[in-house]
Design a protein around this ligand. Structure first.
Ligand code: RP5
Ligand code: MG
Ligand code: MG
Length: 286
């Protein structure tokens, strides 16, 4: 099984906050741990009630007042948001949702907007790496592949061009929208490029495959709010669909590039694991 190293890292990403340290063997809620004193945190940008967040701090209310404030483990019609988990029904303790993957050292939503699951989508667009003559490159008898990666502005880490599901959006719409936003920049504004790109996008998001859906080991996760994602791969096997294919960094990211997939690469959150799943599927070098 995977470890949840990012979810349990002591330094809370981008804030200087130290979480309560949780050793892996103490993470399970099934283990009684009276000394466990998680740190409470809700980021100012979450408290400012933006459209992507729940406009309520459950921990400020008495347990009685919290009950039924938010419709958990169901599709929440009031804000057009899916609050079900890929992991099954999650527990609600005194009106507060509990992270199904165990303790993180922090309560409250931290940097996340939603109590309970925060849904995301991660597209992995891949092709075989080729030399100048267009030949595929072998490594120990397996072909090397590359994928479209971005550099995140918040932690400067290489990452998949994924993002959060917006209210009213389904996860497949999210995948496509995030890919456009982060990896295509302003290219779609150019009428000439638009038609070509649109045809390719249609192929990419209709002919791809589901790679993973479940909990995402993200450094922003807390005991009461966590990321879940659906990972989807489109692999251009012949190299004809994505060649040529222009990419351009969107406003919210620092850069976009084709990156060679390697087992030792450092990627944001659980993304290296997701790329490994694609490598396994393609029986590619990694
Ligand atoms: C990751 O954070 C998910 O896998 C997804 O890529 C991402 C969503 O957050 P934002 O990119 O919107 O910050 O855990
Ligand atoms: Mg994103
Ligand atoms: Mg989004």
């Amino acid at each position: 099984t995977e470890t949840q190293t990012k979810s349990r890292s002591v330094n809370y990403v981008g804030t200087g906050i130290k979480k309560f340290p949780v050793p892996e063997d103490m993470a399970s809620w099934g283990i009684t741990w009276p000394e466990y004193k998680p740190v409470y945190y809700e980021a100012p940008e979450v408290k400012a009630n933006p459209s992507w967040a729940d406009h309520i701090d459950l921990l400020e209310l008495s347990p009685k007042k919290r009950l039924n404030k938010i419709k958990f483990n169901a599709y929440d019609e009031s804000c057009k948001y899916n609050r079900t988990s890929y992991l099954g029904e999650y527990q609600i303790i005194d009106g507060i949702p509990r992270n199904p993957m165990g303790r993180t050292g922090m309560i409250g939503r931290g940097l996340l907007g939603r109590w309970g699951p925060n849904q995301a989508g991660d597209p992995i667009v891949t092709r075989w790496k080729r030399n100048a003559n267009g030949q595929k490159i072998l490594d120990n008898g397996k072909y090397v592949f590359e994928f479209i990666a971005i550099i995140r502005s918040d932690n400067k880490l290489c990452s998949l061009p994924g993002g959060m599901v917006d209210p009213g959006q389904n996860v497949y719409e999210c995948l496509k929208a995030e890919f456009k936003e982060e990896a295509l920049g302003g290219l779609m504004d150019n009428e000439e490029h638009k038609k070509k790109i649109k045809d390719k996008l249609k192929i990419m998001f209709e002919e791809g495959e589901l790679i993973f859906k479940g909990y995402a080991d993200d450094p922003r996760n807390t005991d009461n709010a966590w990321l879940e994602t659906l990972v989807y791969n489109y692999h251009d096997n012949t190299g004809e669909v994505l060649h040529p294919f222009q990419i351009q960094a969107g406003e919210s990211v620092d850069a976009v590039t084709w990156l060679t997939a390697r087992a030792n690469m450092t990627l944001h959150a659980a993304h290296a694991y997701f790329v490994k799943l694609v490598a396994d599927k393609l029986n590619a070098a990694f």
